[in-house]
Design a protein around this ligand. Structure first.
Ligand code: NAP
Length: 328
């Protein structure tokens, strides 16, 4: 049965974007990628930057129109707020709030500021989201390769009644529906995105690698060998199950790797671990994490437990590998 929340290129018309003035605020990861993809899909894009922005030269080099935020915002039909989430409320209050046209749309690529009520938007605009499931460089690279990065779509406030049509069209224009776009909500996108990064992408996986390396190094194993098994091979395993699934992974590896992996997997990823996962999710849902972030965002930095001699050895191998990859 067809999932009615999934949209692909063939389900979508981009007509609603014709003659629309799309203003992209910010020319960083997502801003650059989305602006270039929209332009190459034939739409009218202007990049909006603050005075003396270091990104002006990049925008000129890329051949896009640009202007100061307060100057170009008044004519915008779609305002895409693609600055860091921590800056977005300030940028909104300073440049956007009093200039938004009735019936225009304010577009986000992450739901955080809307979901946690950090942006007090007017009731005469659409509040919409197109959130690619990948970094800006990937959004641009995949588009240029005639593919795309999947995206979540959402409509929080549908003043014009065209919010859904708009997010579908925007998702197609940046290349996402070549792969798949999915209708979600600001709440679902925000909570799952934070959960995914914390338990896996930027919390779980890097910290698991770090701890695994530390145990081997402290037991006197060679840093090079420890690095091979606990760092280098991770990508190969991820690539394997990313392409064909976790069941395939367990069929494709040796009997020893399967038995040891499943046994120790159960031991490490136990009931306690699941309780911790639930606590992480609950803190995100209750707003506990948001409060903590606001108070402590500058108090957490990364300090590796691996000493500088080990790091030097790892980077020597990495440099050799990077050079080799570059030349192959
Ligand atoms: N990182 C990703 O790839 C990714 C993936 C999915 C979704 N998202 C979402 O996409 C949105 C944008 O994230 P991003 O990583 O693309 O941001 P980013 O690269 O950090 O944004 C940098 C841009 O924001 C501008 N900027 C920063 N502070 C500003 C201020 N106070 N006033 C005006 N402009 C300001 C910078 O201006 P200057 O050029 O003048 O310095 C720069 O052009 C966020 O909502 C994020 O959650 C990001």
């Amino acid at each position: 049965m067809k999932n009615s929340n999934l949209f692909f290129d063939s389900d979508i018309s981009t007509e609603i974007l014709d003659n629309k003035n799309i203003v992209i605020i910010g020319y960083g990861n997502q801003g650059r990628a989305q602006a270039l993809n929209l332009r190459d899909s034939g739409f009218n894009v202007t990049v909006a930057l603050r005075n003396d922005s270091p990104s002006i030269s990049k925008v000129i080099e890329d051949g896009l129109k640009y202007g100061q935020i307060d100057k170009v915002i008044c004519d915008a039909d779609i305002v895409c707020l693609l600055v860091p989430d921590s800056e977005a409320p300030k940028v909104f209050n300073r440049y956007i709030k009093s200039h938004l046209k009735e019936g225009s749309a304010l577009l986000f690529s992450h739901g955080y500021n809307i979901h946690y009520n950090l942006i007090n938007y007017p009731n005469y605009v659409d509040i919409i989201m197109v959130a690619p499931s990948g970094g800006g460089a990937m959004v641009r690279r995949e588009y240029s390769n005639k593919s795309g990065v999947p995206a979540l779509l959402a409509v929080e406030q549908n003043f014009t009644g065209s919010g859904l049509e708009l997010v579908k069209a925007y998702g197609k224009a940046i290349g996402s529906s070549r792969v798949c776009t999915f209708l979600s909500t600001f709440k679902e996108e925000t909570e799952t995105d934070l959960y995914g990064e914390q338990v896996l992408l930027t919390g779980g996986i890097p910290m698991m690698i770090e701890k695994s390396l530390k145990v081997l190094l402290e037991d006197g194993y060679s840093p090079v060998v420890a690095w091979f098994v606990c760092y280098y091979e991770v990508k190969m395993i991820v690539d394997l199950f990313h392409e064909k699934g976790i069941e395939y992974l367990y069929r494709a590896i040796s009997d020893t790797a399967r038995y040891g992996g499943l046994k120790v997997g159960d031991y490490l990823i136990d009931d306690e671990y699941e309780i911790k996962l639930k606590k992480v999710l609950s803190d995100i849902k209750t707003g506990e994490f948001k409060k903590d972030l606001e108070k402590n965002i500058d108090n957490k930095s990364y300090t590796s437990s691996i000493n500088s001699k080990h790091v030097e050895e790892f980077s020597n191998i990495m440099n050799v590998l990077f050079e080799k990859n570059k030349n192959s």
